[in-house]
Design a protein around this ligand. Structure first.
Ligand code: AMP
Length: 259
């Protein structure tokens, strides 16, 4: 597996991705890989000639009081896992490489970015959409892979592709869960044993597929939102809760497929 840090290496005419068409799959990530990421790599490996993963903890999608500084980072471990999963190229740029001095252009995703997650994380989806557009331009993938766990993010990316005619196929991979039902997340590493036990209320609540019963089961946790949402015809029950200092999100599909 090749590790690339400079955008120019990918955009150059004789760069590592040139001549490797026809099919490139991109998996954008923030690292701290777990089986959820590996499921995305496997899906990409299955239907592309070349699999690119990006590893970039995108400052633009974190709010001022969020966990950017303590977000788990272990590039060596991630590179090993990516290579074992069949990733051909890991794009791991620095923040300065992606947002050099003078950087000024942002994608405004409109109303979809203001609801649910967007209400509690203003500018989050502006950061997500901007970095995804940049990654699509740098890697020029045929397909890009996202997790159902972040259903609103997948909907934002689909809207981005549709509205700006990006011509990238967006695939959404089902949520991978631990045996106890907790959706895998890099942020689960923040949880103490006690907090983890409390966090199990989230998947259990969502599994009822009933907002009122879910609200009962979440009693004792701080709920940011617990809402039914319709993303491109897929209806989900989505929630964000706080367990101690850790903010967790999850959702369950009520109607419609992952694609
Ligand atoms: P992250 O590194 O957390 O930004 O996640 C990178 C990609 O992996 C995103 O598209 C996430 O939706 C996806 N992802 C994260 N956790 C899971 C999971 N438990 N199951 C499936 N996909 C996931």
């Amino acid at each position: 597996m090749k590790i690339v840090r400079r955008i120019s290496e990918l955009l150059t005419r004789d760069g590592p991705l040139t001549g490797t068409v026809p099919r490139t799959g991109l998996v954008p990530t923030m690292g701290a890989f777990h089986a959820g990421h590996l499921a995305l790599f496997a899906a990409a490996r299955e239907e592309n000639d070349v699999v690119v993963a990006s590893l970039f903890v995108n400052p633009a999608q974190f709010g001022a009081n969020e966990d950017l500084d303590r977000y788990p980072r272990d590039e060596e471990r991630d590179a090993k896992l990516a290579e074992e999963a069949g990733v051909d190229l890991l794009f791991a740029p620095s923040a300065e490489e992606m947002y050099p001095e003078g950087y000024a252009t942002w994608v405004d995703v409109g109303e979809l970015g203001e609801r649910l997650e967007g209400e509690f994380r203003p500018d989050h989806f502006r950061g997500v959409a901007t970095v995804c557009l940049k990654l699509f331009n740098i890697v020029r993938p045929d397909r890009a892979y996202f997790g159902q766990k972040d259903a609103q993010q997948a909907a934002v990316v689909k809207q981005l592709v549709r509205d700006l005619n990006l011509g990238v196929e967006i695939r959404v991979v089902p949520t991978v869960r631990d045996e106890d039902g907790l959706a895998l997340s890099s942020r689960n590493a923040y949880l103490s044993a006690e907090e983890r036990a409390a966090a199990l209320a989230l998947p259990r609540a969502l599994a009822t597929k009933d907002r009122e019963r879910a609200r009962e089961l979440l009693r004792g946790l701080e709920i940011d939102y617990l809402e039914e949402a319709n993303f491109n015809g897929q209806r989900v029950l989505a929630a964000a809760v706080r367990v101690g200092e850790t903010r967790l999100i999850d959702n369950v599909i009520l109607e419609g497929e992952s694609t």
